[in-house]
Design a protein around this ligand. Sequence first.
Ligand code: SF4
Ligand code: SF4
Length: 227
Amino acid sequence: MSKDMDKARTRGEVTRREPMRFAPDEKGALGKLFAPVAGFGITISSMFRPTVTEQYPFEKVPTQPRYHGRHQLNRYDDGLEKCIGCELCAWACPADAILVEAGSNSLDGQFSPGERYGRVYQINYLRCIFCGLCIEACPTRALTMTNEYELAGPTREGLIYEKQDLLAPMEPGMLAAPHPMVEGTTDDDYYRGEVTGPTTEQIDWVRANRPEDPTLKDASAAKGDRP
Ligand code: SF4
Ligand code: SF4
């Protein structure tokens, strides 16, 4: 279009309409009849469908079994922690959401099989994108993910989960750490699943060092039941 034509159009001297390039299809008789209410089509058709109302949070729908929810730090059957503080999960995390500081196990304070345990373990759920790369990186299957998805809170600090928030609950018969490893075993035996529960020696050690430990009674009873 020339500049003169542009100026003439601006002055309102050009009245010729250009042809429409994408003209809509011509409506039929029914189309013309219902055109004024066509915008209600979806609304009206929905009135004859079954009503679906989610009652969350009063009724929760189960997730898929492999849904990536809150993390969990697992334990062996005798109660020792699986985390060895290696930090591989933190290095694998693309969102820099995990902080691990390892501590050294000692005879008086054995929290996990082997030399080290996760002394500090934090996951920042303001950063986590639930990709699961951290659980893939964990060499001892200490870190897994649960199906728990209700991760919200009124403060930013509250969404930084500490080790005590992530540790798996004690199963019946487990003996709370710290306590020595099962006598005569190495960490390899633990990884291979050869430890199936606390031994009498471990129970006696806890009884001597922490007589008030609430897991003692249950572990002793379970030991009595085991062959
Ligand atoms: S799930 Fe992904 S983002 Fe979240 S802590 Fe693990 S590696 Fe990081
Ligand atoms: S959770 Fe696994 S990868 Fe992370 S520090 Fe513990 S043992 Fe290492």
